[in-house]
Design a protein. Structure first.
Length: 338
């Protein structure tokens, strides 16, 4: 047994079984799903598990938590291959790249090309090179979900809230592929939508780890550069540092639009336009049924896209910034106080 498989098997405490008494002794083969999450069983995981309980009773769901540790991921793939599940589920860009690789890795046995796989919560699967397009993945064993709000919607949301909006501030982490892709996407969008992007790279320590202590300085610098709004972009690291990020922005007098609703409800982001993670999990459950129950090849399915988004405004932050939403916004936005 390799050291990777030993490492994966040492995490058996993270296993979750879904069984229905009605199926316990029916002699049928129960579907087995192996799911790898980057930061534990969060809202999308709960939505996925609840969907399976309701629509696929008797399924066995094996959950693995990478706990934000990239070194665990190869061991999880080795364990999944040993288990031979009916489906492999990967959460996030980092996990999906580690398990499935990119289109250029199709001949590389270090990545999964044989187990049916669904990815979820990947910010830009096309830009990351994981799939060919949202309609045709270009990979027989792989499809996924897309929860991303079109950036045009986010820019228009900022303009609706602040009609004078002209300059967008962004902090990005070059150690996260999805964070760099988001910066590049906004750079391309800026001239088309008539705004200026001011993007600052987060400082790294000597070992290449991003420095949380650099966040307040970068936000102060963005304020000095006269940005009107801060966009958090797509970064697991900055999401983890949401308390310092959003509070530092407010201290600098800058409103934050976040793609993470939790930063509006639990931190100091002013607003978010986002898909509910629980519903993303349910969407992944729908794909699972198509693949396991209906026998559809994953690669023949287009990426399933979220079409409903929640607009949430933190009124406490609005008051502190003296930047209140208009009556128009209040007609469709949900307001919260933390």
């Amino acid at each position: 047994m390799s050291r990777w498989l030993c490492l994966a098997l040492s995490c058996l405490a993270s296993v979750s079984f879904i069984h229905s008494a009605a199926f316990a002794d029916d002699g049928m083969k129960h579907p087995r799903i192996y799911a790898v999450y980057w930061r534990g069983c969060e809202e999308s995981c709960q939505g996925y598990r609840d969907y399976l309980e309701a629509h696929m009773p008797g399924a066995e769901l094996i959950i693995r938590d990478a706990a934000r540790d990239r070194d665990r991921l190869p061991g999880f793939l080795e364990e999944a291959r040993a288990f031979q599940p009916d489906l492999l589920l990967s959460w996030g860009t980092t996990v999906t790249l580690a398990l499935a690789g990119t289109l250029s890795d199709l001949g590389n046995t270090a990545f999964n090309h044989e187990l049916p796989q669904i990815f979820t919560l990947v910010a830009d699967p096309v830009g990351a090179g994981i799939i060919k397009s949202l309609d045709e993945t270009g990979r027989a064993n792989l499809t996924g979900t897309l929860n991303r709000v079109p950036e045009e919607v986010n820019i228009n949301a900022m303009r609706t809230y602040l009609p004078s909006f002209k300059r967008l501030g962004l902090i990005y982490n070059r150690n996260e592929r999805n964070s760099v892709l988001k910066k590049e996407e906004l750079e391309a969008l800026a001239p088309k939508m008539g705004f200026e992007l001011v993007a600052l790279e987060l400082a790294l320590d000597s070992s290449g780890v991003p420095l949380a202590a650099d966040i307040p300085d970068k936000l102060t610098h963005l304020k000095q550069l006269d940005v009107d709004f801060i966009y958090l972009g797509s970064s697991s690291f900055l999401n983890e540092q949401s308390a310092v990020f959003t509070s530092s922005a407010v201290e600098a007098g800058l409103p934050v639009l976040s793609p993470y609703e939790s930063q509006v409800r639990e931190s100091d982001a002013l607003m978010s336009v986002s898909a509910r993670y629980y519903q993303v999990g349910e969407l992944a459950g729908e794909l699972t049924l198509r693949i396991i129950k209906d026998g559809v090849e994953p690669g023949s399915l287009p990426v399933a896209r979220m079409t409903e988004f929640a607009y949430v405004v933190n009124m406490d932050v609005a008051r502190r910034l003296n930047l209140f939403p208009s009556v128009e916004i209040l007609q469709f936005a949900e307001t919260v106080k933390n």
